[in-house]
Design a protein around this ligand. Structure first.
Ligand code: AMP
Ligand code: MG
Length: 318
């Protein structure tokens, strides 16, 4: 049976025994293991049922440690590290030879970030190896944003989940790589693309197809509830088109008045994108447990974090 705890020493012991644990970060909870333990890394893939060719993100406790993971790091990467670490920005860089193939999916690049969560940082500080940590959900399903979500997904497969409270960001990290030296956005995430562009100028954007073989986060169906979910710019009309069904709504800031629906989730009454992102997956989890026929999700404004939220909703709906 999985135990939920706040005891970092217990987590250290577990990881030193090459076990996998549930790890809080500011984005979503991770399934974490020693990057140098083949046993732990294989276990992450099998617990998650994630295909082996899909690479994992390496989590480090100090920005300088990036040089032990990657080499020939381009200058704009250093600029982003200075601006955003610790924080929800993952960099895809040329790997060092010692980084196991299992972690990089056999690629010559490695994804790395320094999380901004006090418990994750304290844990990394206490270990003498980095942690590989994909999101702590079965492959393709909704990411976990609290310890309970993780324990409910993996009641038997995990020994321990570190409880660091609800995730402050609530959506995955933004991923930037440098193919041929060109700063390129691989995945929308917690840091709006506009903030990265304020540092580096215009980014190149990979289409989903171009990146699909590399990045599960880029697969068209992902982050998905079991209930059917559709996105709508005219929620009242979509509700009317679905009369007779048991409907749940996921709305940005205002409830739909006199709506004939089973439940409404309002992501941010004060119309704040950051708050909406923080509540997104927890709301999806709740709606998914209500035995609904259909979830109707309101489309967000297509700027800043709204793009990230729309990206996740689109992929949940495929
Ligand atoms: P997750 O931690 O489950 O949100 O997924 C991590 C994301 O990072 C996935 O989309 C990975 O494919 C992506 N990623 C990890 N390593 C690399 C890499 N070397 N090149 C490109 N994308 C990567
Ligand atoms: Mg994931």
């Amino acid at each position: 049976m999985v135990r939920i705890t706040t005891d970092i020493a217990e987590a250290v012991e577990c990881l030193n025994r090459e076990e996998v644990i549930g790890l809080p970060t500011e984005t979503v909870y991770g399934l974490a293991g020693n990057i140098f333990s083949e046993k732990a890394i294989r276990n992450i893939f099998s617990i998650k049922q994630r295909p082996l060719f899909n690479p994992l993100i390496v989590h480090i406790g100090k920005a300088e440690a990036v040089e032990q993971i990657a080499q020939n790091i381009p200058l704009p990467a250093y600029q982003l590290i200075a601006a955003f670490w610790p924080g929800p920005l993952t960099l895809v860089l040329e790997r060092r030879a010692g980084i196991p193939d299992l972690v990089t999916g056999g690629k010559d690049t490695v994804a790395v970030r320094m999380p901004n969560h006090p418990m994750a940082l304290a844990l990394l500080e206490a270990l003498n190896y980095p942690l590989a940590a994909p999101s702590a959900n079965p492959f393709g399903s909704i990411s976990p944003t609290n310890a309970r979500h993780v324990a409910d997904y993996f009641p038997e497969q995990l020994e321990l989940v570190l409880d660091g409270g609800p995730c402050e960001r609530g959506v995955e990290s933004t991923i930037v790589g440098f193919p041929d030296g060109v700063p390129t956005l691989y995945r929308h995430g917690s840091i709006p693309a506009e903030e990265i562009e304020a540092e580096l100028g215009q980014l190149a954007y990979l289409t989903r197809k171009e990146h699909a073989p590399d990045a599960p986060g880029m697969l068209s169906r992902h982050y998905a509830p079991a209930t059917r979910i559709v996105m709508s710019t005219e929620v009242a009309q979509t509700v009317a088109e679905n009369t007779g069904k048991r409907i749940g709504l996921m709305l940005f800031s205002k409830p739909l008045q006199e709506a004939n629906v089973a439940h409404q989730e309002i992501l941010s009454p004060k119309e704040d994108l950051k708050e909406a992102a923080m509540h997104l997956y927890a709301a999806m989890h709740r709606l998914d447990q209500m035995g609904l026929d259909l979830i109707i999700a309101e489309r967000f404004p297509d700027a800043g974090l709204g793009r990230t939220i729309n990206d996740r909703l689109e992929r949940a709906g495929k």
